[in-house]
Every structure is written in C-alpha cells, then in structure tokens.
Ligand binder design. Sequence first.
Ligand code: FAD
Ligand code: NAP
Length: 547
Amino acid sequence: MALDSNSADLTNASLGSSFTDVDVVVVGAGFAGMYMLHRLRSLGYTAQVFESGTGVGGTWYWNRYPGARCDVESLEYSYSFDEKLEQEWEWTERYSGQPEILAYANHVADRFELHKDIQFETRVEAAKFDEEEKLWRITTSDERVTTCRFFVMATGCLSSAAMPEIEGIASFNGSLIHTGRWPKEGVDLKGKRVAIIGTGSSGVQAIPVIAKECEQLTVFQRTPQYTIPARNEPLTPERQSDVKSRYRNFREANFSMPQALGSETPKFNDSVYDVSDEERSARFEEAWNRGGTLFMASFNDVLVDETANTYAQDFVRAKISEIVEDPEVAQLLTPEHIIGCKRLVIDTDYFETFNRSNVDLVDVSSDPIVRINETGLATKSSQYDFDVLIFATGFDAMTGSILKVDISGRDGLRIQDKWAAGPRTYLGLTIPGFPNMFTISGPGSPSVLTNMIISIEQHVEWISDCIVSLDDRGAETIEAQVEAENSWVDHVNSKADRTLFPSCNSWYLGANVPGKTRVFMPLLGFPGYVRRCEQVVENDYEGFVIK
Ligand code: FAD
Ligand code: NAP
C-alpha cells in the first residue's frame, strides 16, 4: 500500500543507503515523468524519479539547437491538468521556442515542488522484476539499487539521439554536435564554417537560423523534405485571453480531434476528387497561408489515397520552385516521395534560406558521404572543410531509450529479447511478461501522432488510476496477457495499413536506424484510443491478469 507521502518523502539527500523503497520509480523528468510524479504524490504514493540530465524538461532540456520550437500551437502544447497553471502561464508566440518551453517546464517543477523527488544526473541502467517479492529492483548509474512496486518508463519517444556510423568521426578536429544533445552553454557559430547533416524537422528548423549566424553553411541532404510554413507570430493578448476564458471547452474540442489538436483549424471532409482544380488549389493555398501541420487535413484522402496525395505533393513542389531562385538547387530540394508519410515539417524561411549566398546544398544521395576526416568530410567526389559539424540525424525513436535499459521481467525475460522482432505492447502502456511496469507513450499508443502533452496526460492518469484500483482490491500485480497484446499489435498495424504511412522510410517505422525491425510503431487516432482504454477499465481491466 502507499506510504504516507510526508513520512516517506525521499529527497536526493536522504538517499543515503544502497537500498531504498518507494511505491513507484519513474524514469525520466520530461513532461511525462514530471506529471507522473505530481499525480502519484497527489494520490498519496511515494515516487522517485531518475533523470540523466541535470534538469527537467526532457526534449526541451536536450534540444537547445538554434531555431528549436514546437510544431503544435503553444496554447495547446501545454499541460491541461491544472486550471490555475493554464491561466497563469503566458505564452508569447504561436509556436514557442525551446527556451520558453523549458522555462515553462521549470515553472511547473517549481510550482509543484517536483525537484525534491527527482534525482538528476542519474541514469537508470537496469530493472529486474523479483517474482517472489513482487517488486522491481532498479539499478542506477550511481550503483544504487532502488526497490519499488511499480516501474514507469517515462523515457520519451524522441530522446535517444541517433548518430550515423560514418568512418572517421573521431578524427574531426572541429566541434561535433548533435541537435538532440546541444550544449547547455550554447555554441558560438559567428564567423564559423558550419556543416549540417540532416533535413528532418530539426535540420529544417536549425538551418535558417544558423545560416544567419555563421559565415558559411553547407547542408548535406540525403532526402529532400516537404515543409509547410509555420507562420509563427507573436501570440496576441486578445487570442490568449480568449482561449483562457474558455480553456475547458477548447481542450475538450481538441481531445475529440484525431491528433488531439487543431479543433479551430478548418478541416474538410471531402475528397480531392470532389472539387474542381481551381477549388483544390485554393484550398491548399489557404492551408499554406494559414501555416502548420494541418495542411494535410485539406482533404480527407490525402493520407490514404496515393493519387490524391500527388495533388498535395505537386502543390508543395510548385511552391519550392517559386521560392528557390536557382533552378538546380530547387530541383535538389524537391521531394518525390509521398507527402506526410515522413513526419510533415513546418518551417520558418527554410526554402528561402537556400537563396542566401552563404548557404550551399550538397545532395548526398547522389554523392554519398564516405568519411569524416580532420578538416571536414569527404563525399565520393569532393572534400568539404568546415569548423563545426552538426548532426541533425534524428533519433532511435520510440524504442531506443527503453531498449538501452537492461529490463528483465518474469522468468528473466529481457525486453531486448521480447522486442527482438519489433516492439509489442498492449495499449502502448504495458507488456506481457513485465508485471507492474508501464510505458508512457510507448509503441502502440498514439503518442507521436498527436499533441504529445495531451497523450502523456491521458497515459499518466490511466496508469495512476490503475495503481489505485489494484490497491483498492488488495492486489499485488497487474500483467497484460499475450492474447491482448497480439490483438493490439494487429489493431495498430491494420490502422496504419489503411493509410500511406507505411510507404516510405520514416522513423515511425524504425527505418532510420540500420538493423531496426521495420514496424509501424504509433497508433492512429486519439479519441478511439482513449475510448478503448476506458473500455478496458470498464470491463474490469480486460486483457490483464490481476493477482
Ligand atoms: P522526453 O521529453 O524525451 O523526456 C524523457 C527523459 O527521460 C529525458 O530527459 C531523458 O534524459 C530521460 N531518460 C531517458 N532514459 C533514461 C534513463 N535510462 N535514465 C534516466 N533518464 C532517462 N511533440 C509535440 O506534441 N509537439 C511538438 O511541437 C513537439 N516538438 C518536438 C521538438 C523536438 C526537437 C523533439 C525532439 C520532439 C518534439 N516533440 C513534440 C515530441 C516531444 O518529445 C514530446 O512532446 C514530449 O516533450 C515528450 O516528453 P516525455 O517526457 O515523454 O519525453
Ligand atoms: P529525422 O526526422 O529522423 O531527420 C533526420 C535527418 O537526418 C533526415 O533528413 C535523414 O535523411 C538524415 N540522415 C540521417 N542519417 C543520415 C546519414 N547517415 N547521412 C545523411 N543524412 C542522414 O530527425 P529530426 O529532424 O531530429 O526529427 C525527429 C522528430 O522529432 C520529428 O519528426 C518530430 O517528431 C520531432 N521534432 C519536432 C520538431 C518541431 O517542429 N517541433 C523539431 C524537431 C524534431 P533521410 O530522410 O534520408 O533518412
């Protein structure tokens, strides 16, 4: 049963012994771990959070690269669980920048006094389920073991930075930085020759800002990117107070959206084939001018019908050739794949940046990178020299941070073996063979296809309600059944297979990490997912064994 929250209040300073008991160990102090801690404590449970960074914020703590900002509007990309918090925090931009989002995370941590139960600069290295004692033993990088009844992996979907294996990386004499591990003290790029590898969301955000700061920027692009203007702008006090005056309704409306966002953005339920060529172009033009990822919601079939998709592709391709002055550069920047099957990017002046005289584009699909050397890098045909090399090469998404921990469940089953052929979960929350362990926004949950803070809140609340329910019935363990997992995995796949998502090499499929099993990891559709989670509870935790 839960200990009294005051008497069992563990602070970093009190972690004096090598054996500590808490109700719940939470790994990670991003938005998921922070809310998990707050929620558990308010229910009277003791919790210890371990975080490898020196502060809270997760994604927003690590990704300090120039230009980093959210692609879900700030009034939506924020916690909804506390009305006072919602009212008191003032956002300054439509899409806030990383410093402001990190300041918000710190504000939340201060407001709810989270720091005292978070041990920073501590990696969770292993977790082992003790079947006899019905508890988890968590081993951390400070060589301590913490025991707990429940174990929550709040380790993030996009927290394991992926570095490509390019020969000679260690030989480079300049600075080498990954966008997802940007130095806290910042990097002075003034007067420097900078190179960047990668043109996903991180690269597209960073490139225009870095280009203005450095002397010379060389962009190494493997796959061109569809990107839509963000149309970021200052948030007017009128808009902010309007939303705040009706925040509950605003949130409720967003909860009912497929991605838990954008209820006030026009969406259309007709097909590209239902309208004339002029109407179709006008619709795409409006969405382009409005900005944001809901460009894809201009018609109901852009993400499900390959031919319908080509209309959206052609529209963006035409924009690229209008914006980029040099036709050869424009051609290199023009994608050919399905639009939206890699995560759609939103940008500020991305294509315009290639009109600058200090920016060069190198197509490494036709002229691959061969090695990194002391002064720069060599492609098959040329040598490029620079002072700073930035990797905007993404993440081992959704499973990377989980599989880096040596987790063993019942009968010594290791998560690495269980997921050898790809991740399998029930509801994206639990895994058969791993009793009393939960994943927040795990594979098989809507997570990265939604406004993630809202998905995180739903997971945290489901997990904490589940723990309370176990205690109410005097049970010790909950474990998902394999049959439930099998049908859940089928459900996730069948939803994805009805769309164009599986049609290109995206990180949604694990295709960006050499050797990773190709399987579509997130689940499409937030409201249906929430309803299913509720039904599971209404049916007395259908698909689980409770003992
Ligand atoms: P994270 O924020 O990733 O936090 C996980 C934490 O766990 C990290 O601090 C990490 O250090 C820690 N950790 C991991 N493993 C261990 C371990 N073994 N031991 C100890 N600590 C560990 N989503 C949106 O919905 N909208 C956006 O606009 C948006 N923009 C994004 C921009 C960027 C640059 C990136 C990378 C992602 C973005 N995302 C966005 C997704 C974003 O990751 C989530 O919105 C959200 O911040 C995730 O919170 P989290 O707490 O689940 O994970
Ligand atoms: P990403 O989308 O995976 O992009 C990585 C880029 O690096 C791709 O262009 C990829 O090319 C390239 N790359 C990888 N290895 C390479 C190699 N060996 N040689 C050359 N190029 C290589 O990663 P990301 O940009 O960090 O974004 C990941 C996710 O984080 C996003 O999709 C989004 O969910 C989130 N994010 C959001 C925002 C935001 O706008 N709020 C900002 C940043 C990140 P290929 O395409 O050819 O593989």
